[in-house]
Ligand binder design. Structure first.
Ligand code: NI
Length: 166
């Protein structure tokens, strides 16, 4: 499995709900977490590895890894916060984004058990970023046109350099 990057159409598709959380999802979640660790990321969503299903994993340092299947964000705080975001699918660039500071999320884990989380701080941020992936949305879509363009120019330069050095 490879992580798909910007320009791949699969990243722009809305993912489908998981119909039944069967035995297949435990190894999938494990594989996604392994990939996340290898890439030193904090979150990874199904569509990023070409699996167009509503699943993402989150692992924030010193916390337990979390698997979210068919998640719903059921509450968002009025209060907003600013965090610098990046994405394994848009490697090498980061931008400050304003989003709700806290979210309440309902989901199922890889064993089919339902759970609800009240998240704040970085966890709330990562959950919102990963949830976006299930909707075909990338963090750069939240930027103003001017900022998005600047970021994409930088990204394209980085990609061109990488290819030259290969
Ligand atoms: Ni991402």
């Amino acid at each position: 499995m490879d992580i798909l990057t910007l320009g791949n159409e699969l990243l722009r598709q809305k993912s489908r709900p998981v119909k039944k959380i069967d035995d297949h999802y435990k190894p999938l979640a494990e594989e996604m977490l392994e990939m996340l660790h290898r890439q030193k990321g904090v979150g990874l969503a199904g569509p990023q590895i070409g699996v167009p299903e509503r699943i993402f994993v989150v692992h924030i340092q010193n916390d337990e890894p979390l698997v979210f299947i068919n998640p719903s964000i059921i509450e968002t705080s009025e209060e907003k916060s600013s965090y610098e975001e990046g994405c394994l699918s848009v490697p090498g660039v980061w931008a400050d984004l304003i989003r709700p500071a806290r979210v309440k999320v309902q989901a199922w884990n890889e064993k089919g058990r339902p759970f609800t989380i009240d998240a704040d701080g970085i966890l709330a941020r990562v959950i919102q970023h990963e949830y976006d992936h299930l909707e075909g949305v990338l963090f750069i879509d939240h930027l103003s046109n001017a900022k998005k363009e600047r970021l994409l120019t930088k990204y394209e330069k980085l990609s061109a350099n990488k290819q030259e050095n290969q």
